[in-house]
Ligand binder design. Structure first.
Ligand SMILES: *[C@@H]1O[C@H](CO)[C@@H](O)[C@H](O)[C@H]1NC(C)=O
Length: 298
């Protein structure tokens, strides 16, 4: 009898929520794995002491921070491959213990100010494979512990000037496979060095405004990587110009500063094709105004 009871306690699943199975993650945290079970939200009946909640490939069409609030020790939430279209900024840290949030392959198109204010203790944030077009200076505000940020495979065109400022301990930044043209001056400061940086497969515009990135790469080229699944390799030449045409496919690091930002050519006055040459000449040439200086003598 005693042996039987022990057997039941050891082997029976921790919870009886259909579609989920209890277990432990690699660091022995209590986990519920509810992969591909058709959930549109957090099901009732999961053990509140769960630390790792896995809901990949489900049907969540929104992320309600408070629906995870009963898991008071929550460490990781995996919502990869759901249908979340937007995030709601929260005025309070609803999930203060959450460290890892996976939102890859959802339907996010923008990430407004304070998108992650509900979970200020995040150390890893995965947003790859969405359709994010725009970010703001304050998208990641409050994430002072964030070490890994994955924004790869989105449609980001502009890196907001102050976006990295809150990320005081960022270690790994994935922005490959976006539509980024340039990096604002001083973008990496004040932390400056990001040990793992993934910048490939963006349409870098190799003109004067890329001068900051060019200088940055010179200094930190050994931090620039590409990845292939779990394998990462240093590849500072993976940051490649897309425009102007004369530099297309050239690695940014292989351009001389004078090629990136040639001195302004002195154009001869030319007709613009619509107006007769004479008019253009008259319109663009002005006689310097005579300067009158009155010297008063007493
Ligand atoms: C979760 O369960 C699925 C099958 O339902 C399995 O493929 C996957 O490896 C599990 N994940 C973890 C982290 O245990």
């Amino acid at each position: 009898m005693h042996i039987f009871l022990l057997f039941v306690l050891l082997v029976a699943p921790v919870t009886a929520v259909p579609g989920c199975h209890g277990g432990r993650d690699k660091d022995h945290r209590r986990q519920e794995n509810c992969t591909a079970a058709g959930f549109t939200g957090v099901p009732a009946g999961l053990e509140p002491a769960t630390k790792v909640l896995l809901f990949p490939q489900n049907l969540f069409s929104s992320l309600s921070w408070s629906s995870f609030q009963i898991f008071t020790e929550i460490y990781e939430i995996d919502l990869t491959g759901n249908k979340v279209p937007e995030l709601t900024p929260s005025s309070a840290p609803i999930l203060p213990s959450l460290s890892v949030l996976r939102l890859g392959s959802n339907r996010l198109t923008s990430l407004p100010d304070g998108s992650f204010s509900a979970c200020p203790a995040l150390t890893e944030l995965y947003l790859e494979g969405n359709a994010v077009v725009s970010l703001s200076d304050n998208t990641f505000s409050g994430l002072s512990k964030l070490e890994i940020l994955d924004l790869s495979y989105n449609r980001i065109q502009v890196l907001p000037q102050l976006m990295l400022q809150p990320l005081a301990v960022i270690e790994t930044l994935y922005i490959e496979y976006n539509k980024v043209l340039t990096v604002p001056d001083g973008w990496f400061s004040p932390k400056e060095e990001v040990p793992y940086l993934f910048l490939s497969a963006n349409p870098w515009a190799c003109s004067c405004s890329l001068g900051y990135l060019r200088g940055y790469l010179d200094e930190y080229e050994y931090n620039v990587y590409v990845r292939n699944g779990p394998i990462i390799m240093t590849d500072p030449l993976s940051v490649v110009c897309d425009s102007p045409r004369r530099h297309k496919a050239t690695a940014v690091l292989n351009l001389e500063e004078s090629e990136l930002c040639p001195p302004e050519p002195v154009h001869p006055i030319r007709g613009d094709g619509n107006k007769p040459m004479e008019t253009v000449f008259k319109a663009t040439t002005t006689t310097p105004k005579a300067t009158t200086t009155t010297i008063s003598r007493n």
